[in-house]
Ligand binder design. Structure first.
Ligand code: UDP
Length: 504
């Protein structure tokens, strides 16, 4: 039985829902959105994913491969019109993703993407094989409230974040935790939670809060979250039950947890193609890992957006070298580094040849983490990376940089007990920061040793990580919580279903 036949068994085509996904144009958001679309399609839904051209190009192989396997999923791209928002020559050509729009044009990007509302609606009315029945849009796209209203369908907020993070952030705002706090690094307690957590304004300012000029946008984002008909989240209930329930209660809306969506990919080839074309030959990479002992390799990556300061790169590299463990370090493209950093990286590459593998570009991350040689993950705590460590049953060294990453670190270290914090307290903002070195080589070495060995504590962390991975697999298996939620979404948003069905 093909996937399509299996899908057909679950939802009759004339009643099957048509979900329109509008992800944020960032790899950390579109990758899980695409995976969620594929999951819904395996249960009989039709899914259309909307993206900007450079973003779409990176996920097209995944969508094409799913289509070839018989799933009803399509990808449509729409260029951004910066001229229409008053920036005729300012933005570099093709800048339409969080990793290629310069920070100074980010507000213009968010304005330009708003203008896709009309073209998307026109496209769907003219070309979609069936009328949409539900919009699933990133919570960073408040304008999709209007899109869903024009189409006359409900809208679900898509969160590529954990419930713990969004609930903490929600409670900090709801209980005005920062009122009267002048020092952005002063710890405050998050109210309304059973367990005690402290955050700082710098670490958890609120989505789009604290940036001059973004006040209206931040308000629009909050309004759109209140107005949503429900939430779809890439997490799983058994990992953070009290926070999933807490967020649903706080918002008074249903939360469908559907993760871990990376587990949708059963084959190494589709796993390796996730998010972009790998810059190393996947077979070579697997062969390299095959040559290492089980659980011996440290994987180091800071996601798709972080740009490291040259001095920080050197400290990290020297710390990895001193740790003595084999490692795979994703250093991103050579064009992202200055001459000093490049010279250092090339020198390191030579010194550690055979023991350390530097990936110059996009890495097949989920594939590497799932290899039996992987032993720990030094991560910036992007939510997807955190989840991919969970899926692989690996402990993490937590090194948050910005946005939700400090709260994800708290979840990994203080709630799940699978993380060793590298000790960063203040955010290093988007792209290169002017700050002094944040983390020195000895701190890197110590944290890596802690995660890879760490005595009894280390063993306990590893045991908890493995246990979580088992629970994650159970959640996406037949009858598991996420599997059931995917089915429920297909049922609730099919033709003739009403928003009332969703609320029940
Ligand atoms: N990723 C990858 N290869 C890379 C860099 C990133 O496959 O070289 C993937 C990673 O597996 C994850 C996503 O890109 O799925 C990054 O999302 P995350 O939330 O971890 O971090 P962000 O990039 O949003 O900061």
């Amino acid at each position: 039985q093909t996937q399509a036949q299996a899908a057909g068994d679950e939802a009759k085509a004339d009643e099957a829902p048509h979900f329109v996904f509008v992800p944020l144009m960032a790899q950390g958001h579109i990758i899980p959105a695409v995976d969620t679309a594929l999951l819904l399609a395996t249960h009989g839904a039709l899914c259309t994913v909307v993206a900007t051209p450079s973003t779409a190009a990176r996920v097209r192989p995944t969508i094409d491969s799913a289509r070839r396997s018989g799933l009803e999923v399509s990808l449509v791209d729409f260029p951004l019109d910066y001229a229409a928002v008053g920036l005729p020559d300012g933005v570099p050509g093709g800048a339409d993703n969080m990793d290629n729009v310069p920070p100074e044009y980010m507000l213009a990007y968010y304005s330009a993407i708003t203008l896709l509302c009309g073209p998307i609606e026109t496209y769907l009315r003219a070309h979609a094989p069936r009328p949409p029945t539900c919009v699933v849009s990133d919570f960073c796209h408040p304008w999709t409230t209007k899109l869903a209203a024009s189409l006359g369908v409900p809208r679900l907020s898509f969160f590529s974040m954990c419930a713990f993070c969004v609930l903490c952030q929600h409670n900090v705002e709801r209980f005005n935790a920062y009122d009267g706090v002048l020092d952005p690094n002063q710890p405050v307690v998050v109210s309304g939670l059973e367990k005690r957590f402290e955050v700082t304004m710098a670490q958890a300012p609120g989505f789009f809060r604290g940036w001059p000029g973004w006040e209206k946008f931040a308000d629009d984002v909050e309004r759109a979250r209140v107005d949503a008909d429900g939430v779809v989240m890439n997490t799983f209930e058994e990992m953070e039950p009290e926070y999933v329930a807490g967020y649903a209660a706080a918002r008074g809306m249903k939360v469908w947890t559907v993760g871990l969506v990376s587990l949708y990919h059963q084959h190494a080839t589709t796993l390796a193609a996730r998010g972009d074309t790998a810059s190393i030959d996947t077979d070579d990479c697997v062969r390299w890992l095959d040559g290492k002992d089980p659980g011996s390799v440290v994987y180091v990556s800071f996601g798709s957006i972080v740009h490291a300061d040259p001095k920080q790169i050197m400290e990290l590299g020297l710390g990895l070298e001193a740790s003595g463990y084999p490692f795979v370090w994703v250093v991103k493209g050579a064009e992202r580094h200055n001459e000093a950093a490049l010279a250092f990286l090339r020198g390191l590459e030579e010194r550690v040849a055979g023991r350390g593998l530097l990936v110059w570009g996009w890495a097949p991350q989920a594939l590497i983490l799932s290899h039996h040689a992987a032993g720990a993950f030094v991560t910036h705590c992007g939510w997807n990376s955190t989840l991919e460590a969970v899926a692989a049953g690996l402990p993490v060294v937590t090194w948050p940089h910005f946005t939700d990453q400090f709260l994800n670190e708290k979840l990994a270290v203080e709630v799940l007990g699978i993380g060793v914090s590298i000790g960063v307290k203040e955010p290093v903002m988007y792209q290169v920061d002017k700050k002094e070195i944040v983390v020195g080589r000895s701190a890197v070495e110590a944290a890596v040793r802690g995660a890879m060995d760490g005595g009894e504590d280390g063993q306990e962390r590893r045991r908890r990580a493995r246990e979580l991975a088992v629970k994650a697999r159970a959640a996406v298996s037949e009858g598991g919580s996420s599997h059931t939620n995917i089915r429920d979404l297909v049922k609730c948003f099919g033709v003739g279903a009403s928003t009332q069905d969703a609320a029940e």
